[in-house]
Write a protein that binds this ligand. Structure first.
Ligand code: PBG
Length: 324
């Protein structure tokens, strides 16, 4: 007997019937950069097609995203001023706090996730409070919890700590509960590597460290077992969902974490993954749209339930051409 797998590939209808993985717009979370002040949205050079929005423009953009069938956004703030402790991150009139209000007013059902971290708000650009030239873990926890509570108060559905301090999931959960926000969720960037793929983001969010690097808190790209440890810890500390970041170079990690994780698993298709496709497309070297769809499919196939991606709007338009 001949084994002929090509029988299942003979026509589009047959291929549709046997397809194991499908993408929908509901898989996507779109990252938005919001800066203080008023005015026009500003293009981000290193991320063609992405913008820094101001609070007055963010509601309209939220409407576009919702209309495309994308259920959720994750917000990153670029504050009016920075200081050593990132105090604008937990101010009630901070840029994220205002942006949440503007989005919820315009599109109440859009699920708003906020990135909880200090690197955009500190003058030194590190993700925590500096003591003796190093990021002080436990001093940072207090500020992160304060920031998370202020996001919840402003109306965030989920807070997503991306700082990689030890114990921050438990610390934030405790503070949210103590302040009456038991119903708000926590998505942990549980498995976050110290990656060069974040380069364009640091331009977009103006968050590059002014000295040293993030290897003292973010994970070593060489480690896979440690990813399981980080995921188990954050599940134990009370995370509602966990994340692996970056996505594409770490699909083995996505798969391994999926196997041990009973929570929805998110993967972050980061800025460098996006910009490489855009650059090669601009050079005429690849079909950017097809590469985009293949990447997103591969991330889902590896085991991600949800994908944070700058491609969300483009991919949604491709999935549902009628909506454009
Ligand atoms: C930290 C944060 C970073 C990203 C998301 N949250 C940057 C960093 O850790 O340096 C990177 C996302 C991307 O590259 O798209 N607040």
């Amino acid at each position: 007997m001949d084994i002929r797998p090509r029988r299942l590939r003979r026509s589009p209808a047959i291929r549709d019937m046997v397809r194991e993985t499908t993408l929908t717009t509901k898989d996507f979370i779109y990252p938005l950069f919001v800066k203080a002040g008023k005015g026009e949205k500003e293009p981000i050079d290193a991320m063609p097609g992405q913008f820094q929005y101001t609070v007055d423009g963010i509601g309209e953009e939220a409407g576009v995203i919702w209309e495309l069938g994308i259920p959720s956004v994750i917000l990153f703030g670029i504050p009016d001023r920075k200081d050593a402790v990132g105090s604008r991150s937990y101010a009630d009139d901070g840029v994220i706090q205002q942006a949440i209000g503007a989005i919820k007013e315009r599109v109440p059902d859009l699920v708003v996730i906020t990135d909880v971290c200090l690197c955009e708000y500190t003058d030194h650009g590190h993700c925590g409070i500096i003591k003796d030239g190093d990021v002080d873990n436990d001093a940072t926890l207090e500020v992160l919890a304060r920031q998370a509570v202020s996001h919840a108060r402003a109306g965030a559905d989920f807070v997503a700590p991306s700082d990689m301090m030890d114990g921050r999931v438990a610390a934030i959960r405790k503070e949210l509960d103590a302040r009456g926000f038991q119903n708000r969720g926590l998505i942990s960037y549980a498995v976050k590597y110290a990656s060069a793929f974040y380069g364009p983001f640091r331009e977009a969010a103006d968050s590059a460290p002014q000295f040293g690097d993030r290897q003292g808190y973010q994970m070593d790209p060489a480690n896979a077992m440690e990813a399981i440890k980080e995921a188990l810890l954050d599940m134990d500390e009370g995370a509602d969902m966990i994340m692996v970041k970056p996505a594409l170079p770490y699909l083995d990690i996505v798969q391994r974490v999926r196997e041990i994780c009973l929570l929805p698993l998110m993967a972050y298709n980061v800025s460098g993954e996006y910009s490489m496709v855009k650059a090669a497309e601009q050079m005429g070297w690849i079909d950017g749209e097809r590469v985009m769809m293949e990447m997103l499919l591969a991330i889902k196939r590896a085991g991600a339930d949800l994908i944070i991606t700058y491609f969300a709007k483009d991919a949604a338009r491709r999935l549902n051409p009628a909506k454009t």
